[in-house]
Structures are given as C-alpha cells and as structure tokens.
Design a protein around this ligand. Structure first.
Ligand code: GLP
Length: 233
C-alpha cells in the first residue's frame, strides 16, 4: 500500500506545527524510534517545537536514536558551519538525547569511503522510522544533487555552484564537497516527512507530486515511497 499525504498550509509557522505534531506522535508511540534529521533553514521551526515539547515534558528523547542526512566535506565537527554543530545548537544540545545515540557522517575523516560504508551498514542495522527532509531549489534532497541516481547510497558528492552559493555566508564559502545518504538510503526510511516552504521550492515540489520522475530532479524519486507526507506552504 502506498500512502502519499500532501498537506498544504498557509504559513511557515503552520508547516512547522503540522510536522512537530506528527513527530511528537511518532516519538510517543515508539520510545526507541530512529529519526533521520535534516538541516537547513526549513526544519528550524520544527526543531523549536520539539524543544518546547521536551521542555513541557510532552516528549522524552532518552530512547531516541538519530542519523543525520549529510555533512560538508571536509569540515571539522567543531566548526560552527558544520551540520553537526547546527544539530547541537538547534536540537540535540537542548533535549535529553544521548550522545551515543546520535549518528553523524564525520566530515573530518580522511577515509571518506570507509566512513560512508559504515554509515550505510549502521542504517541497515537500525532502519530509520521517520526521515525529515527539506528540498533544495534544484530538487536536491540531502546533498543528492541533480544527476544522482535512484539507487545511490551514502557517498562523497560534489556540490553544485548554486547549492554552494545558497549555503554560503558573507564570510564563509561552503566546501566543494559533502558526504550524504544516497537516494536509496533515504527511500529505505519507513516514513518520510518532506517540508517545503517558499515559492522557490514549488517547482521541485510540483515535480515530486506530478512531474516526470528522474535524476535531473532527485526529489521526484520519492514519488512511490510507501509512506510519504509532504507539508508545503
Ligand atoms: C541543504 C541541505 C539539505 C536541505 C536543503 C534546503 O543544502 N543539505 O538537506 O534540505 O539544502 O535548505 P533550506 O531548508 O535552507 O532551504
């Protein structure tokens, strides 16, 4: 059975609320849930709501296990630009998740191949129950840029100029490469919650909902996933 739910809402605030309501429900149902987390601007409201729910004692992260989607390469964990820092700043450092239950691709390793293979194995052993996803303007998911294959797994990728430009700051330029879960890895999650906010994401969302499925817009590969929730505003 294929479930694809599209929830259209009026605001970013509403999108974050819908997403956190779903995730809070999932955490309450399964104490040792495995969650795949995404970074970027889009899930920040969701993370704020999760922190609030934790502080209000509605949810507990002590059993929660996590895998993050991607990380720049090379980058040190301590860099404030790393996705590792982002997650601790915006969620992990503010709730009671156990450090040992947090899984991340390490952007500082020399042997990226080994790092990607062991991440892939670890996910196979601990299947992701719910994967949170944002989407790039060019349709990328994680760092699976256009050209990524449907059967791609966790690997080192080159970032497109557009993605690097968008992710860079005034004083910081995003690295040329990154480590990312592949499309196949993402697809293996039992449930996917994709969040998209803003006009510039609508073309990619349309491709996912109605357009042609293909490598030139990686998010389109999610069509046909057995349990996909798309929340758009
Ligand atoms: C980044 C991340 C993705 C994220 C996307 C959208 O490059 N690697 O995981 O979903 O781009 O980012 P934003 O939410 O800031 O628009």
């Amino acid at each position: 059975m294929i479930i694809m739910k599209v929830i259209r809402v009026e605001s970013y605030h509403e999108m974050s609320r819908v997403a956190s309501d779903i995730l809070v429900g999932d955490i309450l149902k399964k104490k040792n849930i495995v969650i795949g987390f995404a970074t970027g601007r889009t899930p920040l409201g969701l993370y704020k709501n999760l922190v609030r729910a934790y502080k209000n004692k509605e949810i507990d992260f002590s059993g929660v296990r996590s895998f993050n989607l991607d990380e720049y390469y090379p980058i040190s964990k301590n860099s404030k630009r790393s996705y590792f820092s982002y997650m601790f700043r915006n969620l992990f450092g503010l709730v009671n998740i156990k450090g040992a239950n947090v899984n991340f691709l390490d952007g500082s390793v020399g042997d990226w191949k080994k790092e990607c293979e062991s991440y892939e194995k670890l996910i196979k052993k601990n299947p992701i129950d719910v994967q949170i996803l944002g989407v790039g303007v060019n349709g990328h998911i994680g760092f699976n840029e256009p050209g990524s294959k449907r059967n791609s797994v966790t690997r080192l990728v080159e970032l497109s100029d557009a993605t690097r430009r968008r992710n860079s700051g005034i004083f910081w330029k995003a690295p040329e490469k990154a480590l990312t879960m592949g499309i196949k890895t993402i697809f293996s999650a039992k449930k996917i919650i994709l969040l998209a906010s803003g006009r510039d994401k609508m073309k990619a969302v349309e491709r996912l909902l109605r357009g042609e499925v293909g490598s030139d817009c990686p998010v389109s590969f999610l069509r046909g996933h057995k349990n996909l929730v798309v929340v758009v505003c």
